[in-house]
Design a protein around this ligand. Structure first.
Ligand code: T1G
Length: 695
């Protein structure tokens, strides 16, 4: 046995067979050391005359999850992955790859450079590069079409979708599926090569069937669906080059890969990848989560039913409470509809759905049904007195150690906890609607919340396949506190001359999933109306108030659910509400405002600056742990363009100095709203970034 590159790559020989084991936990990323080790192993085995066949496999849970993303942005170090793949393919001796766990991106490229591939049944393969703003840059765009054809390669490479072993076999991306231990399979497969039972062939020597129609169709499709994104278009160009001789195609791929690497979208998308993982690093991470097997949900409206659905899909038993039988039946039918949707999307088998509905889900009108629940999540009307009443009742019924959670989106969790005799067991679990689909969960930690409760919130999120972000208590926590400022900035633009449609278009062109007015219409305008009424008595006189949304609500127009709001939702689509435009004109006139026009850039500059301004004060107040937590909230809960990496990543891209200049300029119009946060001034003065504060 010879060890190379600090044992990341080790060789085991047995007569004519050499096995190469890759061992770079946790995911065998193709770091510099692993790449160097692989090339060294090839060189060693090429000159070991006894060895006649080589098999590569991964130690631990996976083959190779791709290039080491942590090395992106650092100076590249030889050997690069393309050279590693070319070296493997060029081997005189047959080289086979045994794939288990994940063979993603560069991992799949290494596999395709081998001369045959064996999959284990649980294998996942794919090219996630496009989701990171790049393209497969180690021959993937050239070798995948040689194995699977241009159309299938385009589908995998431009979408980043991941497929299983069976599908990989059907596409000829793997040659066989074998069950067993990766090392043992490698040994048997190598013997098969020696015995002539497993054919080997260099992928690069295969021809590609030209398919200009597939290339044109992919281009047209991307132009329609992803005009904002850079990498998918480059992926198509690279795959189109696969009909050329390999060396030429590889050179084209390299040039396009460099273009992607230099794109700001690449930096944003990779930041988003790490944001998803960084948020789990919380002070309470070492605490042991409490057991959660039975969850009570109070409220069977859209939110409560969504939460119940999400828990049921994760295999948790749910008891849902409503005020009477009729409301309980309504809640049940929403849950049934949600589960039916999961069946239709292929996420849930029909018999599993039936089992969930008969064994794991029940409704009640009596909180006493929660006596044995491990966790109760309240999702009732957003009113402090109503919530307090619910919590004092729960306090009297729930077993000791049960977790009492509120799904409030704005209210003070400390005040709610204070009505119980167990404030240490009270926490905020803020879901986002539709709760069985949206990935974000704000875990709101009140003053007395026990640390193991926080760990439980995070463990639950993981089980529900959600991304939990730790937030402190304030009006709106992280997400909605920023949203308030974001919406205010949008309202001011509307009052000063931009139409709701112009503002929404500017933001969707910027990359947001939806504009602020379409979001308000979707959420229901009555919700914001209720909040504004609640806050009216404490609203400072200096605050600029835009009465337009109240005027719209006074007409009974609450958005999508009433068919009318800022927009009209008719049979022939969504159009601006002409009556709202009249209201806007009237209100401008009353306030003596002569409307002016705003360019798209002015609109997005103001909105982004407002978002960043509020986000910075959230950091200053310690409501979010790090800038990257705020990025995660906006990326996974508010439709923020992923390729922009989130508000704080965007702030770094704009630069603190420029942001300070903008806020100072806007504050000439409204010095109450536009204030430079101290932290932003500090960054501008010191040349610091938010990224420096991610720890
Ligand atoms: N590089 C570096 N670190 C990685 C990594 C990678 N490729 N993949 C995962 N990690 C870290 C991750 O940050 C976390 O670290 C830990 O591993 C466990 O991950 C030339 C350019 C493999 C399915 O995009 O999809 O190849 O937080 O929590 O749920 O064409 O990770 O513990 O410190 O996600 O079991 C393409 C991305 C690269 C794969 C495992 N590859 N990874 O999921 O665990 S580009 C990817 C995943 C490329 C070539 C190019 C998943 C996973 P920490 P985890 P998991």
């Amino acid at each position: 046995m010879t060890d190379t590159s600090a044992s990341l790559v080790s060789i085991e020989t047995s007569g004519p067979i050499a096995l190469i084991k890759l061992n770079n936990p946790p995911v065998n990323a193709a770091s510099h050391a692993l790449r160097a080790g692989l090339v060294e192993a090839m060189d060693t085995l090429a000159s070991t005359s006894d060895v006649k066949v080589v098999a590569i496999y991964g130690a631990g849970t996976t083959f190779i999850a791709g290039a080491d993303i942590k090395e992106f942005g650092m100076p590249p170090k030889d050997p690069w992955l393309p050279e590693v793949c070319n070296r493997i393919e060029a081997m005189e001796k047959p080289v086979i790859a045994v794939l288990h766990g994940n063979a993603l991106g560069g991992g799949l490229e290494v596999a395709m450079a081998a001369h045959a591939r064996i999959a284990l049944p649980g294998l996942t393969i794919g090219f996630p590069e496009v989701t990171l703003g790049i393209l497969p840059g180690a021959g993937g765009t050239q070798r995948a079409p040689r194995l699977a054809g241009i159309s299938a390669a385009l589908d995998l490479i431009t979408t980043g979708k991941r497929i299983g072993a069976q599908e990989a076999l059907a596409l000829d991306l793997v040659d066989r599926i074998e069950t067993g231990d990766p090392r043992d399979i490698a040994m048997v497969a190598a013997q098969d090569v020696l015995d002539g039972q497993l054919a080997t062939r260099r992928t690069g020597e295969r021809a590609v069937e030209p398919d200009p129609a597939a290339i044109e169709a992919a281009k047209a499709q991307l132009q329609k669906t992803q005009p904002n994104l850079f990498a998918p278009h480059k992926c198509v160009e690279a795959v189109a080059a696969s009909t050329k001789p390999l060396a030429e195609g590889l050179a084209t791929e390299r040039a396009l890969f460099e273009d992607c690497m230099n794109s700001p979208q690449r930096a944003g998308l990779i930041h988003a990848f790490f944001a998803e993982r960084a948020v789990t690093k919380i002070p309470e991470a070492k605490e042991t989560p409490r057991k959660v097997e039975t969850i009570g949900v109070i409220g069977g409206g859209t939110m409560g039913s969504g939460i119940a659905t999400s828990c049921l899909l994760a295999g948790v038993t749910v008891i849902m409470a409503e005020r009477d039988e009729e409301a309980a039946a309504r809640g049940r039918s929403i849950v049934e509809k949600n589960l039916e949707g999961a069946v239709k999307r292929g996420k849930l088998a029909a018999d599993k759905r039936d089992a969930i509905l008969s064994n794991a889900y029940s409704t009640t009108t009596d909180y006493r049904a929660f006596a044995d629940a491990d966790l109760v999540i309240e999702a009732v009307f957003e009113d402090m007195d109503v919530k307090k009443d619910v919590f004092s009742k729960l306090d009297g019924i729930c077993k000791p150690g049960a977790i009492l959670a509120t799904n409030t989106s704005y209210l003070d969790v400390n005040e709610i906890a204070a009505v119980t005799k167990r404030p240490q067991d009270v926490i905020g679990l803020h879901f986002f609607s539709p709760a069985h689909i949206m990935r974000l969960l704000e875990v709101v930690v009140a003053d007395k919340t026990a640390p193991d409760l926080v760990a439980t919130g995070f463990a639950l999120a993981k089980r529900l396949k959600k991304i939990a972000v730790r937030a402190g208590v304030c009006d709106g926590f992280i997400g909605n506190r920023i949203l308030n400022t974001y919406k205010a900035a949008a309202d001011y633009l509307m009052m000063d001359g931009a139409s709701p449609e112009e503002i929404d278009n500017a933001l969707t062109n910027y990359g947001f999933a939806m504009g602020p007015f379409a979001v308000s219409d979707l959420a229901g305008l009555d919700i914001g109306w209720a909040a504004r009424k609640r806050l009216a008595p404490t609203r400072p006189a200096e605050e600029r108030y835009v009465p337009i949304p109240d005027r719209i609500c006074e007409q009974g127009w609450f958005g999508r659910k009433t068919g009318r709001g800022f927009f009209v939702y008719g049979e022939d689509g969504v159009t601006p509400n002409p009556d709202v435009l009249k209201i806007i004109d009237e209100e401008r006139e009353k306030a003596g405002i002569a409307p002016r026009s705003f360019s798209e850039k002015e609109i997005t500059d103001r909105i982004m600056t407002a978002i960043i301004m509020e986000a910075t004060t959230i950091l200053e107040d310690g409501i979010a742990l790090r800038p990257i937590d705020i990025d995660a909230v906006y990326l996974f809960g508010y439709g923020f363009p992923r390729f922009r990496g989130g508000p704080m990543h965007t702030a770094d891209a704009i630069g603190a100095g420029e942001l300070v200049r903008r806020i100072e300029a806007y504050s000439q119009e409204d010095a109450y709203f536009w204030k430079v946060p101290a932290l932003l001034s500090e960054l501008a003065e010191t040349g610091g970034t938010f990224a420096d504060r991610n720890g």
